[in-house]
Design a protein around this ligand. Structure first.
Ligand SMILES: Cc1ncc(COP(=O)(O)O)c(C=O)c1O
Length: 367
């Protein structure tokens, strides 16, 4: 018996967007703009910053497993505490889901071109991961439904989807749910739901309550708290009670929970973040189109740009690094010819646009 199971040995670890400090060191740059990890360009919610200072004095005590945040979310969303879980980011909860519900012969079903973190987690369990193709860069829910087998245990859906920024509509989701047996668990990853909820075609999963759906949300995106690791989920109490048996007992940390609770009350920050994002999305879309690119219409805080080939995408990515701009190439997401650009502040977007213009001019001059 090998020490390391073959499915771990062959696993490609999750590679996050290139850190600013790494690029500065590599290329000796002083000024770097990172638009690679869908972070909030305004920084953390000010309420959360203040809460962090207040809770430092409690750090000798163990955390309470997210109970305070669960209670607050339960009252906000009018559900029971037993329907809510909090964890170390939504990925922390996803990891608990993988450990709680899967047996060796089960299959996990999702799409190509969705969140790479989920692929890595599913593969780390050594089960079969089935991926159906996207259709026009959108989840093809009909194809997902057709791919269900007797062994399908979990279906992962991201809405809005990362990295495409696209949504599936209420109509598509309703039809999908009618065709899925209640013995299949659906993970509905709504990491970017705040950016999409004003879209009348967007199915906010909290307006439904299916017993086999787990909704996942996060403080990492619009609340600007990616670094502290706090996320939450809603589901039937039977699912939550089993998840709580498996979740690490002291996840989330005291500071993560305090930051999340404070951020939830920071409606001014939420509003400002939405406004900056909407303006930035318009600014970037128009500028990229003017440069001859075709960003996919997005309901999130990033834009995906398909290129002619993987070679061209990588060339643009590398050249932008030399201009001090980090974006994300998407091979690991199954979209090697695409690039993903996080929407920044107006000034950051301008840096990206000017750098992109210079890079494309050099590329055209070369060919
Ligand atoms: C669709 C999706 N789900 C989950 C996550 C992870 O979020 P968290 O920081 O809450 O673990 C991300 C982060 O990029 C994401 O894009």
């Amino acid at each position: 018996m090998p020490l390391v199971p073959p499915y771990i040995e062959s696993l490609e670890p999750y590679r996050p967007g290139k850190p600013i400090a790494e690029l500065q060191k590599e290329l000796g740059l002083t000024s770097v703009v990172k638009l690679a990890s869908n972070e909030n360009p305004l920084g953390p919610s000010p309420f959360a910053r203040e809460a962090l200072c207040r809770h430092v004095a409690e750090l000798h005590r163990y955390p309470n497993g997210g109970l305070d945040l669960r209670e607050l979310l339960a009252s906000k969303f009018n559900v029971k505490v037993g329907n809510v879980i909090a964890g170390s980011g939504s990925e922390g909860i996803m990891s608990s889901i993988i450990r709680t519900f899967l047996c060796d012969d089960d299959e996990v079903l999702t799409s190509e071109g969705t969140f790479v973190g989920f692929y890595v987690l599913a593969r780390s369990r050594g089960i079969r991961l089935v991926q159906v193709p996207l259709r026009d860069y959108r989840f093809d829910l009909e194809a997902v439904a057709r791919a269900i087998t007797e062994r399908t245990k979990i279906i992962y859906l991201a809405n809005p989807n990362n990295p495409t920024g696209t949504i599936f509509t209420t109509r598509e989701f309703d039809a999908f749910m009618k065709s899925v047996s209640s013995r299949v668990l659906i993970i509905l990853d709504e990491a970017y739901f705040e950016y999409a909820r004003e879209n009348p075609r967007y199915p906010d999963s909290m307006q439904y309550r299916y017993d086999n759906v787990i909704t996942l949300r996060t403080f990492s995106k619009i609340y600007g708290l990616a670094g502290i690791r706090i996320g939450y989920g809603f589901a039937h109490d039977l699912l939550i009670s089993n998840l709580l048996k498996v979740k690490l007992p002291f996840e989330p940390s005291t500071l993560a929970q305090a930051a999340g609770i404070a951020a939830l009350e920071d409606s001014e920050f939420l509003h400002r973040s939405l406004m900056v994002n909407a303006a930035g999305r318009r600014q970037l879309t128009a500028a990229l189109e003017e440069l001859g690119l075709h960003p996919v219409p997005s309901d999130a805080n990033f834009l995906m740009v398909p290129c002619e080939s993987e070679g061209v995408a990588l060339c643009i990515y590398e050249a932008l690094l030399h201009h001090g701009v980090i974006i994300r190439p998407l091979r690991a997401f199954g979209l090697p010819h695409c690039l993903r650009i996080t929407i920044g502040t107006r000034e950051q977007n301008l840096v990206l646009i000017n750098a992109m213009r210079a890079v494309l001019e050099t590329l055209t001059a070369r060919t």
